[in-house]
Design a binder for this molecule. Structure first.
Ligand SMILES: [Zn+2]
Length: 165
């Protein structure tokens, strides 16, 4: 996949997040798009707060829409674009769905630690290593533009806002 194509899809994912959730980090605008053979299958934003559902991360919402749209729970060979590095849950969901490539914008080091479920080990790196034959991982696409949507590593985020919703 060429670099410009990745940037184009990432920009769509970012624009979608902003269109639905705005640009305030307090509203956690995370967007994802699922692409197969150059065609968009589904897109989504995180809806954990809206749905009272801890599993409704943008990537999961997108995979849930993508299966029925594709007519199969396995979307073999698809690429998932996400504005923020996916958590372990979402990375595993991609493996179950047959997604073979994850491309993300901002990474762990670009944002506040509140966005990740484990603060001492990157579950995504762990899973990518364990499943390296099945999953390719590329990060940092439109990193600065994506990171702007989230609290920064040194931001003083109030405790009550540190839920990933
Ligand atoms: Zn997640």
């Amino acid at each position: 996949m060429d670099e410009q194509t990745d940037k184009d899809w990432m920009r769509k994912a970012r624009d979608h997040a902003v269109a639905i959730k705005g640009e305030d980090p307090a509203d956690t605008p995370i967007g994802a798009i699922l692409v197969l053979d150059g065609v968009e299958i589904a897109r989504g934003v995180n809806r954990t707060d809206h749905d009272c559902d801890a599993t409704a991360h943008a990537e999961i919402v997108t995979l849930r829409a993508g299966g029925p749209a594709h007519g199969n729970m396995r979307i073999e060979g698809a690429t998932l674009y996400s504005t923020l590095q996916p958590c372990g849950m979402c990375t595993f969901a991609c493996i179950w769905a047959g997604v073979s490539r994850i491309v993300y914008g901002a990474g762990r080091e670009d944002v506040h630690e509140m966005y990740f479920e484990d603060r001492h080990l990157s579950t995504l790196d762990y899973i990518a290593d364990a499943y390296k034959k099945d999953l390719e991982l590329d990060g940092g696409v439109l990193k600065a533009e994506c990171a702007k949507l989230y609290f920064g590593p040194d931001d003083d985020v109030p405790e009550e806002m540190q839920a990933n919703d």
